[in-house]
Design a protein. Structure first.
Length: 237
């Protein structure tokens, strides 16, 4: 479960979209809960900041960033064993990010010597990470979509022992693909589309009787490829 907490404006935060995904809740319900918190007590407004995200169709939707206090208030209403486990993981993620900020992971140099030393250290780290970063960035921004079966091959190339059939099963079980039998079986769920993980390719097929049917194929976006690779590598580790 990578990137539960990120750095934004020199503060450790998470987003409503991330919280909805981790806790398995409807994103709109999370937004409504945040709105209720800020309406009931205006003093908590500073814990939440409005933001936007773009889905696979290029449409912008609302999301909200929150700091540790905002997340704590929001998560108070989440119950159950799984919810408790996720809360603890979030607390640990906030602790790690805030520790980095306090101990220099995101330090601001105060002298020219400190600035030069920090620049040299960062250059070394960037050079070491360069192949991985270039791969991740190129995949995330790629316009090329691939089939789920092809994603299974990419995962195997990254040391994940999984085939196409098991990958489909995993995606259905985790709520990325629709599991109910019918015409939309194995189509992306709304959550997956909102996250920009998939695109649906539609192909018109002409039949000898003159009728035309439309075939729909689920394809993984560049962002989705990076997302699932990171997901499985995190599970593996």
């Amino acid at each position: 479960m990578n990137n539960l907490v990120v750095m934004k404006n020199q503060q450790a935060v998470t987003s409503s979209l991330q919280v909805a995904e981790v806790f398995g809740k409807n994103h709109q319900h999370i937004l409504e809960a945040i709105d209720n918190l800020t309406v009931e007590n205006s003093t908590v407004k500073s814990m939440f900041v409005e933001g936007k995200y773009e889905n696979s169709r290029g449409r912008e939707y609302r999301q909200v960033y929150m700091n540790r206090d905002g997340f704590t208030l929001l998560a108070m209403g989440f119950t159950g064993k799984k919810a408790m486990r996720f809360k603890l993981q979030y607390i640990e993620a906030f602790n790690q990010m805030e520790h980095q900020i306090q101990t220099g992971g995101f330090q601001i140099p105060h002298t020219m010597a400190d600035a030069l030393r920090l620049a040299a250290d960062q250059a070394d780290q960037i050079e070491l990470m360069k192949p991985k970063v270039l791969f991740a960035d190129s995949v995330a921004t790629s316009k090329t979509t691939i089939l789920i079966g092809e994603l299974a091959k990419v995962l195997r190339g990254n040391g994940i022992d999984i085939g196409a059939t098991r990958l489909f099963q995993w995606m259905r079980a985790k709520g990325y693909l629709i599991s109910r039998k019918g015409t939309d079986w194995n189509m992306p769920t709304q959550k997956s589309m909102d996250l920009g993980l998939f695109k649906i390719k539609e192909t018109s097929i002409s039949h000898s009787d003159g009728s035309i049917t439309v075939s729909k194929t689920t394809k993984v976006t560049g962002k989705g490829q990076q997302y699932f690779i990171n997901k499985f590598l995190a599970i593996k580790s």
